[in-house]
Design a binder for this molecule. Structure first.
Ligand code: CDP
Length: 784
């Protein structure tokens, strides 16, 4: 039997992305590419007011327009018990308004027409009588006495407060502060930002009136969970619902929630017996779909004079918008903010948060972030830098002094998280060496002597990804585990079906590489299927960098399960006992007689043609993975900037990013993920914010006001890596997709604040536009 010697391109190979072939040829298949016979089009009427009573809707003129098939209102949805839906946080959200609007851009009515432009035009003919109410656009205003009550339809809601949450040990933290030589405080705001995927949200809902089968093509990062929610909301039998998420043009957390448009289009298709397509435009995406952050943060760090950290206290005000709809594990109201102690061996911490309703769109999604870890990482990394200034220490030294040491892992933090592995000194040393930190500090001295504003910023972040172990992690009760199914065909080619879904991360390549590593089949011979609930195993989807830690682990485990059977078949073919078979990718050989060998392809063929008596035919398996713990990627980012004192403009001179995500499956894809994350982190730090005026009008509803960094503004990145495998992940991998978005904003801000040290500037809230930096310089110089 033939043996193979060609190198198997498994883990560690920069295999080119299989999926790019169809993308670069323009052969991707996105939701808006779906065309079905007799398909109708839906457009949504949105509220111009942020808070207003709905007196009446007159849709007769719209209804009379040629081409208009139906106008759907909240009253019609209410007749079918669909005016409200549950959110992923266990709250309720209006699908279409029945009583009052609660944010600008809220869904009021929908037009279904035979042409998308007719549907849009007809929106203008709908007459709505609104009665404006008082508006609340900050959690502080929401908490004030006499604030307008936003959720007055809820029997248990007499104010705008949603939750109070605490973590850590208050008494121990109070004692640490009492013992401290110094306390450093920081008040900062992590602004409302938006994931802004290239492709906006949309769906094509196709409910067959004869069979009741609902096939919904949807821009969703979590099709299985959405199917379950649909079954619960619409009362449809779950086996009759098929969610297909075809190619997605980015997600970044924006495509996790259930949006009213999906529900209305499905209801319309059900009522009309025809497929209905809804595709939102850019402004609709920016004003009404899942925003991120919007966290007002207060932090206090207790220290000894020598820089030893003693304790951390933080309090937060979370602006949740009009409906509490963020997707956080139900046990963790503010996601994973608990890991705010970061990379430091912190003896005590106490964290508290209060969430409020405001007249803003709901969201709080994990924008390239594991459930609020971005805000947590930003706060501690900003605090640490200010502590260094307060104590007259170098920001690198104070970090090194307090890092959790390599031999302290697994490390249990004071808020109860067990960090799996890390080498924080190693990552920082490499970053400092690569950027020539000592040399840069000398250069900074020289530049400062010349009156220039030069800054160096560091961030040594610890990330937390891979939600999650079933004991602690669920979304609306559904445990956050993932399945994988693997079938090897007689010719030795394979199909892998996974529950996570790619939105550009290259899963079709990297997940095939995991199987290659385990079974010796080349990645190009393994087709990876995802995003279709009828054809993939159950799982909670792709966000919060959970694909590799959970779905990737399920893939390795199913390949191992299939490998066990393959070994038995190999033993049968080689006529030896199973214990005498060795696997040297892709060959099974006889122990001590390496010439006696069969390939995985021989084994696959035999699984259908020549298997041992008593064995079931075929070579396939499935696996549901329940991670024993989260994974904790980490890194150090170092940024050098120069600030123009006349204009406040700042330029990145160097940006070095050292990341450790454990074992890298595909180094090229990992680097691509880091480049993307660093760019998004730069956008957040430098230019992005969705703001609201006092009437609740959304400023930032288009890409002229809400800026995305282009190639012109994006800094040049220099990458480095250390590899500290996760001890509990089957292939030692940790997630990486969000690390750079989590870690980099603090590094950029720390660099600009460092540049302004000679002026005594301690903080500038993001985004650091030229105007805000200029204002900070003026204020520090006593100007107006
Ligand atoms: O959940 P999401 O796919 O967004 O994030 P991820 O698990 O961090 O993976 C992003 C991409 O990087 C995937 O294609 C992974 O397979 C790849 N990756 C890798 O090659 N090695 C790692 N250690 C982590 C991720």
């Amino acid at each position: 039997m033939a043996t193979e010697t060609e190198e198997i391109r498994g883990i560690g190979h920069s295999v080119r992305r299989k999926e790019d072939d169809r993308f670069v040829r323009g052969r991707g298949n996105y939701v808006d590419d779906v065309q079905l016979p007799g398909m109708l089009h839906m457009a949504i009427l949105r509220s111009p007011y942020a808070h207003a009573k709905l007196n009446s809707i007159d849709a007769s003129a719209a209804q009379a327009m040629p081409g208009v098939v139906a106008v759907v209102t909240g009253d019609l949805m209410a007749q079918h018990n669909l005016a409200w839906m549950p959110t992923l946080s266990g709250d309720t959200q209006a699908v279409l308004v029945t009583d009052k609007v609660r944010f600008q851009g809220q869904e009021v009515a929908a037009v279904i027409a035979d042409d998308p432009y007719v549907a849009k035009d007809a929106l203008e003919k709908i007459e709505v009588d609104y009665e404006p109410l008082g508006v609340v656009v900050t959690p502080q205003a929401a908490a004030a006495d006499g604030a307008p009550l936003i959720r007055d339809e809820k029997d248990d809601q007499s104010d705008n407060h949603i939750y109070h949450w605490e973590s850590g040990d208050k008494d121990a933290t109070d004692r640490a502060f009492a013992d401290a030589d110094r306390v450093v405080t920081l008040d900062t705001f992590y602004p409302r930002s938006h994931p802004s995927p290239l492709e906006t949200c949309g769906c094509v809902a196709d409910v067959d009136p004869a069979t009741g089968q609902a096939t919904i093509y949807m821009t969703s990062q979590a099709p299985h969970a959405i199917r379950t929610v649909f079954a619960l909301v619409a009362g449809l039998p779950e086996e009759n619902i098929r969610i297909i998420s075809p190619d997605l043009g980015g997600g970044f957390g924006n495509k996790v929630p259930v949006y009213p448009g999906y529900v209305v289009a499905t209801a319309a298709s059900l009522l009309l017996g025809k497929p209905v397509k809804w595709i939102e435009d850019r402004t609709e995406n920016l004003i009404s779909t899942g925003f991120a952050r919007d966290f007002h943060m207060h932090g206090e760090l207790a220290l000894k004079d020598d820089g030893t950290m003693l304790g951390l206290r933080t309090s937060l005000l979370a602006d949740e918008g009009a409906f509490h709809a963020d997707a956080q594990p139900s046990k963790f109201k503010v996601g994973l903010f608990h890991i705010v102690t970061g990379s430091y061996d912190m003896p005590a911490a106490h964290v508290e948060a209060d969430g409020y309703y405001t007249n803003k769109a709901p969201g709080g999604v994990a924008y390239r972030c594991s459930f609020r870890v971005t805000e947590a990482s930003f706060l501690i990394e900003r605090l640490v830098q200010n502590a260094a200034y307060e104590l007259g220490m170098d920001p690198a030294d104070i970090r090194k002094k307090n890092f959790i040491d390599k031999d302290q892992f697994p490390y249990e933090s004071v808020t109860g998280f067990v960090y799996d592995s890390g080498d924080y000194h190693g990552a920082m040393d490499l970053a400092l060496e690569k950027i020539d930190y000592a040399g840069l500090r000398e250069e900074q001295k020289r530049e400062r002597a010349d009156g220039k504003l030069w800054g160096i910023g560091l961030a040594s972040f610890t990330e937390v990804v891979g939600a999650g172990p079933h004991k602690d992690y669920d979304i609306i009760g559904i445990k956050m585990n993932d399945g994988a199914e693997l079938r090897i065909h007689p010719t030795g080619k394979a199909i892998l079906k996974i529950s996570s879904i790619t939105q550009g991360q290259g899963h079709e390549t990297t997940f095939a590489q995991i199987v290659s590593e385990e079974l010796g089949i080349q990645p190009e011979d393994i087709k990876v299927m995802h995003g279709d609930t009828d054809n993939t195993p159950y799982g909670l989807g792709t966000y919060a960098s959970r694909s590799t830690p959970v779905s990737g682990a399920a893939t390795a485990m199913v390949a191992r399960r299939v490998g066990e059977k393959a070994r038995k078949i190999a033993a049968h073919l080689l006529e030896v006992s199973e214990e005498d078979v060795e696997f040297h990718r892709p060959n099974y050989t006889v122990k001590g007689a390496p010439d006696r060998a069969v390939t995985i392809q021989d084994v696959a063929f035999a699984a259908y043609t020549n298997f041992p008596d008593g064995m079931e035919a075929g070579l396939e398996g499935n696996y549901y993975y329940d991670p024993p713990n989260l994974t904790f990627p980490f890194g150090t980012y170092a940024v050098a900037v120069e600030v123009d004192p006349e204009t406040g403009e700042w330029q990145v001179k160097r940006m070095v990013a050292v990341d450790d995500c454990g074992v890298r499956i595909n180094p090229m894809i990992v680097e691509g993920q880091i480049h993307g994350g660093l760019t998004e982190g730069y956008g957040i730090a430098a230019m992005q914010q969705i703001t609201f005026d006092e009437d609740g009008n959304c400023i930032g509803s288009n890409f002229l006001d809400y800026l995305l960094p282009t190639a012109v503004e994006t800094p040049r990145f220099e990458l480095g890596e250390t590899v500290t495998p996760s001890p509990h992940h089957p292939i030692g991998a940790k997630g990486v997709g969000e690390s750079a978005t989590v870690g980099s904003p603090a590094a950029y801000v720390n660099a600009v604040v460092d540049a302004l040290q000679p002026l005594g500037v301690k903080n500038i809230d993001m985004p650091l536009t030229s105007a805000t930096v200029w204002e900070a310089i003026q204020a520090a110089q006593g100007g107006s």
